[in-house]
Design a protein around this ligand. Structure first.
Ligand code: ADP
Length: 951
């Protein structure tokens, strides 16, 4: 088929590729190449030129020339050079169009109108470069010559375009100072302490764990704050928006606050002259239509003079400006790219502005950092992201550091940390910064708890409820469980406020809202509500809960305790349905509800996480363990009915997941790939702490393999999983690849180890310490036979534990330790264990550093193995000495079928040994040897001699 025919045949796919994405960049790149290759005449190009609104993407343009040299014989004029070198010139000019325009302006070849036309803010930097080239072409040969000279000078001086920093006008500098002192004032204290004491961010800030997306090539290694806007992990060069995603309470707002503070102090992000911080929660209450200019100046900082000049400077230098939007998931409207807007002075509803800013159709080139919970980020938004960074809460040392910062008395800090060490469930919860804060805040209760030490998230929130209520209580603390009864009215008032507004993505309350729910000054003084910070606010007082999770907790308290909720509230909550119809009249909260949300139905993506958290708390609050607390607050018959409702909902929810399990193909295992909602239900069951319910749920799950990959599973989820899965009837393979299990999570999983026959923990940040605990338990579990730990942080220190496992467990089948840091020393340790093992069939060490010495040590013991079927030592720096040793396994083994040796440094001599060994062996099916030290001729020859060698 000719290429032309192929293009015709694939016309639909090509069109789709060009038009279905958010950027016109690839279509324009195709046009650049067609022009340069003279496949497209200038006239034809003008006919198909891409307008800024057009969308298109999707061609890979390998082979596109990248330097100014080459093809010189055809380039008789500078104009022609502009055409033939167009793809590389577009790249050269990006970021230095300003300089080029200046040069053309000075030489009188361009007018200011020409310059303005090129600089239109609707164009991306590459589009600006193309418009510049088009203008220059229309101006003729001298303009082309001037431009080429400018580029040449730039190349010779070696300066990169991005290093150009303009001198801002005087008023701009004044504005910059005003903005930074306002940002500094807003960000130096942490809001959760606002109700009680002022804790400065400097004193308490603790580094959270930041990770790049799993699919990203440079996903490993720790990230610092500045890396959020840096180049690491960029997946879309053309996009401006970086997403920081993390669960509620993982520290997203605090992280942004830290970035703001460091910028305002001049200690970070100094490439940005201005930083505009926005809170989506506060943007929700902006009813007016605004232009970008108004949004910046009215919501962040008002310029005292020369507004236009300052805004023009911002437009002219987008790469020097940073916008941050905290809590995109809290915006009432879900992200959409339907309503396009390009003009920064045109007014529109604030959410439309925000979506256009994120996509880059407005203020292209300005870097934007957005935070959100992961559930609220759909594919539509992902398309417009430069990169995604995950915030995973505190590491074990982070918890330690936070607690020490929180308690200035080292003796208290040591006691709190000590009590956390003895309660691993609680320690697991502390990975979430918000829970770590609560636990530290309530240290007196925690240390005095003894038997009743908190286990679940609900326990932790009940602890803070008691802490706040009793701190304010005039009579001092009430003994026993009467404290709730004493403060019931406050709890119900705040609960109603939280409940009425939780399903409406409303997080800021007016005085009128408070009044409607009967919230009094005394209720406010308890400290759960704080005054909303609003940079621009001249309005009356507004309030928000200390943290969104606390709002969910109060909503749950209301659902459990109130006499005013509908019977259908609990079922609707668990079906994640809109709750608006189930409570009291919501008419008074009309201002919070956009008209599209007024009808009943499924909750929106933004509401779902809050409903899930609320449902988790409802489950926890209705646990039998807390019965005594409700004793005098609610009739027991009502409580029992609510418990039954929750149990029924959980059972129904689980059934729904089990029904989706496909029947296995013959000969294959029955496997369930869990959806995120499954983990949530498991967490609800855990909160109830009733093994009867866990047992009942698991009795209906009949699978051989449970896959929970990419499910955001951290230590908290591991605790819940282990609690529930330990009741499975039959052993399963538990696949938890690509989560954030970590060492603490591993420890949490131990209670369900006996029911796991295989454990897959690839890419989970596990270290030798986690392995130590895992193996100590695994050795006692008869079912446990396979483990996969590809891509963790293992070193030689873990191999002694595996060695012990291999010696002790004579039914262990598969050990996969690829992509870790195991050297020859580790391999020798493993060999020690293998000497006494008579069961291992699969050994994978791909991508370690065992070298020849390691290969020799392993070969020496494996040559007598009658069980080993598969061995991988690929990518291990193994040379011919190692290959010679491995040949001995081949000579002697009656079981081995496959060896992977690709990406090593084996030479001809080594392969010769393997060939000779194969002459004595008919079992081995293949030896993969691609990418070793062999010439193509040697490869050719050896393939002829031995067909089982794969190159
Ligand atoms: P998110 O925005 O993800 O819901 P927040 O940033 O509001 O989470 O964090 C909730 C609480 O957890 C904060 O108010 C603070 O008490 C604590 N916290 C979060 N991150 C940190 C941190 N990096 N250092 C210290 N405390 C933190």
């Amino acid at each position: 088929m000719s290429v032309q025919e192929l293009v015709l045949k694939q016309r639909t796919e090509i069109l789709h590729a060009l038009c279905s994405s958010g950027s016109a960049e690839h279509l324009e790149q195709v046009l650049d190449v067609l022009l340069a290759e003279e496949e497209l005449s200038w006239e034809e190009y003008q006919n198909v030129q891409v307008l800024p609104e057009a969308k298109g993407v999707g061609f890979s343009l390998t082979g596109c020339r990248s330097s100014l040299e080459g093809k010189e014989e055809y380039q008789s004029t500078s104009s022609q050079t502009l055409l033939t070198q167009r793809p590389s010139l577009v790249r050269e000019l990006q970021g230095c169009t300003d300089g080029a325009l200046q040069a053309l302006l000075i030489s009188g070849l361009f007018t200011t109108a020409d310059c303005d036309d090129v600089r239109l803010p609707i164009h991306t930097p590459s589009q600006q470069a193309r418009r510049l080239l088009d203008h220059v072409r229309s101006k003729g040969e001298s303009a082309a010559k001037t431009l080429l000279q400018y580029i040449q000078q730039k190349q010779e001086s070696g300066s990169t375009p991005t290093q150009e920093k303009p001198t801002p006008p005087k008023e701009f500098v004044k504005y910059q100072k005003k903005l930074s002192s306002s940002v500094s004032a807003q960000s130096c204290f942490l809001s959760t302490y606002g109700g009680t004491s002022h804790m400065s961010l400097d004193d308490i800030y603790t580094e959270g764990q930041l990770e790049l997306g799993h699919d990203c090539a440079d996903a490993h290694g720790s990230l610092g704050l500045e890396d959020i806007v840096g180049t690491a992990g960029t997946v879309n060069e053309e996009a401006d928006t970086v997403l920081v995603s993390g669960e509620a309470g993982s520290g997203k707002s605090t992280l942004l606050q830290r970035l703001h503070l460091l910028w305002a102090r001049g200690t970070a992000l100094q490439d940005f002259l201005l930083l505009f911080p926005f809170s989506c929660r506060r943007l929700n209450s902006e009813q007016r239509e605004l232009s970008v200019q108004e949004l910046l100046f009215q919501h962040c900082c008002w310029p005292d003079r020369e507004q236009e000049e300052i805004f023009q400077f911002i437009l002219d230098h987008p790469h020097l400006i940073l916008f941050t939007f905290d809590g995109l998931d809290e915006l009432k409207q879900s992200f959409s790219d339907e309503h396009r807007l390009c003009c920064p002075t045109q007014r529109a509803p604030v959410h439309v502005l925000l979506f256009n800013l994120i996509q880059g159709s407005l203020m292209k080139g300005v870097r934007k950092v957005v935070t959100s919970r992961p559930e609220a980020v759909g594919p539509l938004l992902k398309k417009h992201l430069r990169k995604e960074v995950f915030l995973k809460g505190f590491s074990p040392s982070g918890i330690d550091c936070f607690v020490k910062k929180h308690h200035s008395d080292p003796a208290v800090a040591a006691k709190v940390l000590g009590s956390l060490q003895t309660n691993t469930a609680l320690l697991g919860l502390c990975h979430s910064p918000v829970l770590c804060w609560i636990v530290s805040q309530c240290h007196k209760e925690l240390l005095g708890c003894g038997e009743g030490s908190p286990q679940t998230i609900t326990d932790v929130y009940l602890m803070i409820l008691q802490h706040f209520l009793q701190r304010q209580s005039s009579q001092g603390s009430t003994a026993g469980s009467g404290w709730l009864h004493e403060h019931l009215q406050t709890v119900l008032h705040l609960g109603q406020l939280a409940f009425e507004l939780i399903g409406t993505t409303c997080y800021i309350f007016s005085g009128a809202d408070l009044e409607t729910c009967g919230v009094t000054e005394k209720d406010i003084s308890m400290g759960f509500l704080i005054q909303s910070k609003d940079m621009s606010s001249t309005r009356s007082k507004r309030y928000e809960f200390l943290h969104v999770t606390l709002q969910c907790f109060f909503a749950a308290l209301y659902i459990v305790l109130s006499n005013n909720t509908d019977r259908s509230t609990i079922p609707k909550l668990f079906e994640l349905k809109d709750l608006k119809e189930t409570g009291l009249s919501s008419a008074c909260f009309g201002s919070c509800l956009p008209s599209t949300y007024q009808q009943e139905g499924e909750a929106t993506a933004a509401e779902t996480p809050n409903l899930q958290i609320t449902a988790t708390f409802v489950s926890g609050l209705l646990s039998q363990r807390h019965q005594s607390l409700w004793l005098h607050c609610c009739p027991s018959a009502v409580m029992e009915k609510r418990v039954r409702q929750v149990v029924r909902c959980l059972s129904k929810g689980m059934q729904k997941h089990f029904k989706s399990i496909p029947q296995p193909v013959e000969g294959e295992k029955k496997s369930m790939h869990a959806m995120p909602g499954f983990v949530w239900l498991i967490k609800c069951i855990y909160e109830m702490q009733e093994s009867r319910i866990a047992k009942d749920a698991m009795s209906k799950l009949e699978v051989d393999h449970l896959k929970l990959t990419y499910c955001n599973i951290g230590p908290v989820e591991c605790t819940a999983l282990a609690y529930v899965l330990q009741h499975l009837k039959n052993p399963v393979g538990l696949q938890l690849d690509n989560n954030s299990v970590g060492d603490v999570g591993v420890e949490q999983l131990l209670p369900c180890m006996h029911i796991c026959n295989s454990l897959y923990l690839r890419n989970n940040n596990i270290t030798d310490e986690g392995i130590r605990k895992l193996i100590a338990k695994g050795i006692q579990c008869d079912n446990f036979r396979k483990i996969a730990l590809f891509n963790n942080q293992l070193t030689d220190a873990c191999t002694q534990h595996f060695s012990h496992l291999l010696k002790t467990k004579q039914n262990f089948l598969a050990l996969r330790l690829g992509n870790n840091n195991i050297t020859a020393e580790g391999a020798k340790q493993l060999a020690e264990g293998l000497k006494f093992n008579h069961s291992l069939q699969y050994l994978g060490l791909w991508g370690n550093k065992i070298g020849d010495a390691g290969a020799e040590a392993l070969a020496q013991v494996l040559e007598s193995s009658n069980t080993l079927v598969w061995l991988s030592l690929a990518g291990n720096g193994v040379g011919s000495r190692g290959a010679r040793a491995l040949a001995n396994i081949i000579k002697n083994s009656a079981s081995l079928e496959e060896i992977w040796l690709i990406e090593n440094c084996i030479t001809r001599a080594g392969v010769e040994c393997l060939i000779q060994a194969l002459e004595h062996n008919t079992h081995v099916k293949s030896i993969c040897l691609r990418n070793n030290d062999l010439t193509p001729e040697e490869v050719e020859e050896m393939t002829q001699r031995e067909s089982r060698l794969i190159f």
